[in-house]
Design a protein around this ligand. Structure first.
Ligand code: HEC
Length: 170
């Protein structure tokens, strides 16, 4: 025989049991939702990696690969060099050290092929050449930017719009 107190306890336990079931159900739903969300995110990341090259920026900057981050710094540096040249200042190779972007992980590993490394080499050469001609900075700066364009025509046309604003118009 169950005393009225016992019955009360049982009910209370049942309530707890039901509550626990409800909580479990919600947690499970939440997990499924999470998984879906992750799938969606994975999709976005993939789209964005293509987008990093077809568009200018990646939606979530935290997802950017080291090469993309270096490229962003390269644009900032190029713009800063342009401003200096326009102010008739001599570029300092120590201030604008060459960034070895070709050694780090890109968003799309397929770019790491011989032609990419050849274009990297040509770009590095054009970049270093720039500092050797303080009297012809405009010319050699523009050649350096042309080597950015040359690689971007093959691998990553999205940022071209932005890169094409970098040359100094004579
Ligand atoms: C040898 C090839 C090559 C050269 C040279 C090169 N780039 Fe890039 N650039 C790439 C590749 C590949 C990516 C995509 C990187 C990634 O998503 O990881 C990229 C990405 C970029 C991006 C987009 C970064 C972002 O936000 O995702 C910009 C802007 C950019 N480059 C500017 C430049 C500028 C400016 C120069 C010259 C100073 C330059 N690039 C030289 C290959 C090159």
């Amino acid at each position: 025989m169950i005393s009225s107190y016992g019955l009360f306890c049982l009910m209370k336990n049942n309530k707890l049991f039901v509550l626990a079931l409800v909580v479990l159900f919600i947690v499970q739903l939440a997990c499924r939702e999470q998984i879906k969300q992750t799938d969606v995110n994975a999709g976005t990341v993939q789209n964005d990696s293509a987008a990093s090259c077809s568009q200018e920026t990646i939606m979530d900057p935290n997802q950017a690969k080291p090469m993309a981050l270096m490229m962003r710094q390269m644009v900032i540096n190029a713009d800063s060099m342009k401003q200096r040249i326009l102010r008739n200042e001599t570029l300092d190779s120590l201030q604008f050290r060459f960034i070895k972007f070709y050694l780090v992980e890109p968003t799309d590993p397929n770019v790491l092929e011989p032609n990419f490394f050849e274009k990297s080499r040509l770009h590095q050469a054009a970049y270093l050449e720039m500092f050797k001609h303080p009297k012809e900075q405009v010319k050699y700066y523009n050649l350096m930017i042309a080597s950015c364009v040359s690689c971007h025509q093959d691998y990553c046309s999205g940022p071209l719009k932005r890169i094409n604003k970098l040359p100094i118009k004579l």
